[in-house]
Design a protein around this ligand. Structure first.
Ligand code: PGA
Length: 251
């Protein structure tokens, strides 16, 4: 089936305020009336509201890079789903590998974050992926299965209607090493088959599965041409309006 491509731009902890607003303006000018692939940008928390205002009249969505599981209270430094929602932001990343590796988000916490995001009506991108050593020891599919089962098992297909999954092999993130289109396609097909076993074939067939890990204008088209790759989650190359736009146009 034809799925609409979705390209995410994960700005991570980059850009000062002025540069973030300039990037938002650059994207608005280039992609504001783009009618092909959907795009979502994920700026740092302090920029969410101004960036979403700057992009308000155009076809680019805005999301947070993370959320806290509690709704409110004494959690210094944390930001809740309802806060994100209350400033008009619609999307959120859940379980990015940097959250898992640097901040200790384990499968159980990622599962709770997904539930909280869905309950708040945010569109979640659930990130999954194996490390280099997990791939080398032949554990790729076991790792992905554990990550998917733990996050999805509590939910019905109807509750997960808005879900986006991003497959991001950890060894390809920020390293310049990209999975080959064939390597990525093999994993994406496996993810879709596994999701089909969990939630049914029509859900799996409609699910957007993004690839992430050193996606650039030069490799995007070949990755996106694969039948089970429905978009990309882009880090480094999303920090320049030109390169992000090229990737969106390749989709
Ligand atoms: P990268 O990051 O494109 O810089 O490899 C991707 C990601 O972390 O989502």
């Amino acid at each position: 089936m034809a799925r609409t491509a979705v390209i995410g731009g994960n700005w991570k902890m980059n850009l000062d305020f002025e540069a973030a607003m300039e990037l938002a303006s650059g994207l608005r000018n280039r992609l504001g009336s783009h009618r092909g692939a959907a795009s979502i940008v994920f700026p740092a928390f302090p920029y969410l509201r101004p960036v979403s205002k700057r992009l308000s009249e155009c076809n680019i969505s805005v999301g947070a890079q993370d959320l806290h599981v509690e709704a409110k209270g004494a959690f210094t430094g944390a930001v809740s789903a309802t806060m994100i929602k209350s400033i008009g932001v619609t999307h959120v990343l859940v379980g990015h590998s940097e959250r898992r590796a640097v901040f200790g988000d384990d499968d159980a916490l990622v599962a709770r974050k997904l539930t909280v995001a869905l309950d708040a009506g945010l569109v979640p991108t659930l990130c999954i992926g194996e490390t280099q050593s997990e791939r080398e020891s032949g554990d790729t599919f076991a790792v992905l299965q554990r990550q998917l089962d733990s996050a999805l098992r509590a939910h019905t297909a109807a509750a997960l209607d808005s879900l986006i999954v991003a497959y991001e092999p950890v060894w390809a993130i920020g390293t310049g090493l990209t999975a080959t289109p064939e390597q990525a396609q093999e994993v994406h097909a496996w993810v879709r088959a596994h999701v089909s076993a969990l939630l049914g074939p029509s859900f799996a067939d409609a699910l957007p599965i993004q690839y992430g890990g050193s996606v650039k204008p030069t490799n995007a088209a070949a990755l996106l041409a694969q039948p089970d790759i429905d978009g990309a989650l882009v880090g480094g190359a999303s920090l320049k309006a030109e390169s992000f736009t090229e990737i969106v146009r390749a989709a």
